[in-house]
Design a protein around this ligand. Structure first.
Ligand code: FPP
Length: 230
């Protein structure tokens, strides 16, 4: 694929784990476990494809507030497990991790696991997995506005970008949502201004490397104009 036709940054809204499990008469937790396995494999595939940043929406601010304590605790359990094993493997392969979201609201041991991973992450990696957890686009924007207000000066778009969680990460070129819904659900609200969007009915655990490649092919066939003339 020509380099300019390959997205630098892809965001994925990993929807459909619960429905995937339900179809198999299994608990939602099994769906999340399958989703987590798929996410790790997808990160390796994205890296091999030449993508530089893959942002995965693991939990929104709304999920934390509205989903059952059982489901949320299950997701924390998966993070505890995967961050000790799979994330170390990503580091060994030269990949990095960045966390976005308000992690202060998470259990203390999870906060430690996430911040330790970020601190141990290789500097200037070829590929970064951006982990959006207790992330909400609106909260991110309001936090940034409050920081700007504290400074007491008017700021530019570029300066505003540096106050967001995604400081240092280019805006997503492509956002994929699995699971059939066609909305962004508070994901990268500010950064998605010019993102290309791709929606698929595939439930996230079924979203294969080949399906990811189809999304890349769709992206490559699009003309991005950023407000310019055709
Ligand atoms: C937004 O849909 C989707 C997400 C925030 C991703 C949710 C995914 C999980 C909770 C599973 C975590 C992923 C893995 C791989 C373990 P929404 O349902 O929050 O928003 P909506 O109500 O607008 O559809």
């Amino acid at each position: 694929m020509e380099n300019n036709k390959l997205p630098v940054h892809v965001g994925v809204i990993m929807d459909g784990n619960g429905r995937w499990a339900k179809k198999r008469l299994m608990p939602r937790s099994v769906g999340h476990k399958s989703g987590m396995d798929r996410m790790i494999a997808l990160a390796e595939h994205a890296k091999k494809s030449g993508i530089k940043y893959l942002t995965v929406y693991v939990m929104s601010t709304e999920n934390l507030a509205r989903r059952s304590a059982d489901e949320i605790e299950g997701l924390f359990g998966l993070i505890r497990k995967y961050f000790t094993v799979n994330v170390k493997r990503l580091f060994e392969q030269g990949s990095g991790i960045k966390i976005i979201g308000d992690i202060s609201a998470l259990p203390q041991d999870v906060v430690k696991i996430l911040t330790d991973a970020e601190n141990l992450s290789p500097k200037n990696p070829d590929f970064t997995l951006v982990f959006a957890i207790n992330y909400g686009g609106r909260c991110e924007i309001v936090n940034a506005v409050n920081k700007a207000v504290e400074k007491g000066e008017k700021i530019t778009v570029e300066q505003f970008g540096k106050l967001l969680y995604t400081d240092g990460v280019p805006d997503p070129d492509l956002i994929i949502r699995t699971g059939g819904e066609m909305r962004l659900s508070n994901f990268l609200t500010y950064q998605s201004a010019y993102s290309e969007l791709y929606f698929t009915d595939a439930l996230f655990p079924d979203f294969s490397d080949a399906e990811f490649d189809r999304a890349l092919a769709s992206f490559a066939a699009r003309e991005r104009r950023f407000g310019g003339a055709q």
